[in-house]
Structures are given as structure tokens and as C-alpha cells.
Design a protein. Structure first.
Ligand SMILES: [Zn+2]
Length: 140
């Protein structure tokens, strides 16, 4: 899901697909403030995520699909998110066991040394704030 500040591999990927460099990228890093997210060429996962191998592969597989930057593809990827199909229960269980991961759902969060902005979550937050604003305005 969800928090990913995330994302693009290559210009001529057809030729690069089998090269070691492309296969190795992005690199995996560890942060307690997220279950998993993508920042440029790095995938950040929770240090204990390896204890749930199926969830680990679902998350890393999802983050690999993100582009290096931030594009429409990334937004669609997070809204559709069929990568977590069948793993949602494990996902939320993992989050409640490791509550710091909720920090990763905020539009702005600190992952490793990076302060990150999640465009998708920011969009959701603005929509939610607008909704609350209109509800309050119509009540008062
Ligand atoms: Zn994502």
C-alpha cells in the first residue's frame, strides 16, 4: 500500500534488462518508520519485515514497480495495489505489531536520513481536509 514516496528505471530498458546494474537496482535499506516504500533508487523496508517472508516479497515486489520519481503510474499503483491482495491481514497485523510504521502513512515522514513527501498521501489528506471543511461549514 500506501505510503510510498516512491519511484523509474531506464530509458532504453529493452537493452539494459539483463544487465547486472539494472537487476541489482534498486537497493534495499531499512527503516522502522515504514513497512515499505520507494525513495529514488532505494527500497526501504522495516528491519523485521523478513520475519514475514510472504509479506516481504509482496511489499518488495510492489516497491520495485514504482518509478524513481513520482508519476501517474505511481498513484495508480498505490490506488489499485493488487500486489497486497491476500496479504492485507498480514500487512495490518505487522503495522500494529510495529506501531512506528504508522509514521510512514503520513504525507510527510522521515525514512532513514530522508525527509519524504508522499504525493498520493498528500492528495488524500487534502481531500479529507476539504471534506471535513465542507461538513463543518454546512453544520455551522
Ligand atoms: Zn506503492
Amino acid at each position: 500500500m500506501v505510503n510510498d514516496n516512491c519511484r523509474r528505471l531506464s530509458i532504453s530498458s529493452v537493452n539494459l534488462e539483463n544487465s547486472v546494474e539494472v537487476y541489482l537496482m534498486p537497493t534495499i535499506q531499512y527503516s522502522e518508520n515504514t513497512v515499505g516504500c520507494r525513495i529514488g533508487d532505494e527500497i526501504w523496508v522495516h528491519p523485521k519485515l523478513y520475519t514475514e517472508p510472504e509479506l516481504y516479497h509482496a511489499i518488495v515486489g510492489h516497491e520495485r514497480k514504482h518509478t524513481k520519481g513520482f508519476s501517474v503510474k505511481d498513484i495508480t499503483l498505490d490506488i489499485v495495489n493488487d500486489d497486497l491482495e491476500g496479504h492485507k491481514k498480514a500487512y495490518w497485523k505487522f503495522m500494529f505489531k510495529n506501531p512506528k510504521t504508522f509514521l510512514g502513512l503520513l504525507p510527510i515522514s522521515k525514512i532513514g536520513p530522508h525527509w519524504t513527501l508522499d504525493g498520493t498521501m498528500l492528495g488524500f489528506s487534502i481531500l479529507a481536509a476539504a471534506l471535513v471543511w465542507f461538513l463543518l461549514a454546512s453544520l455551522l
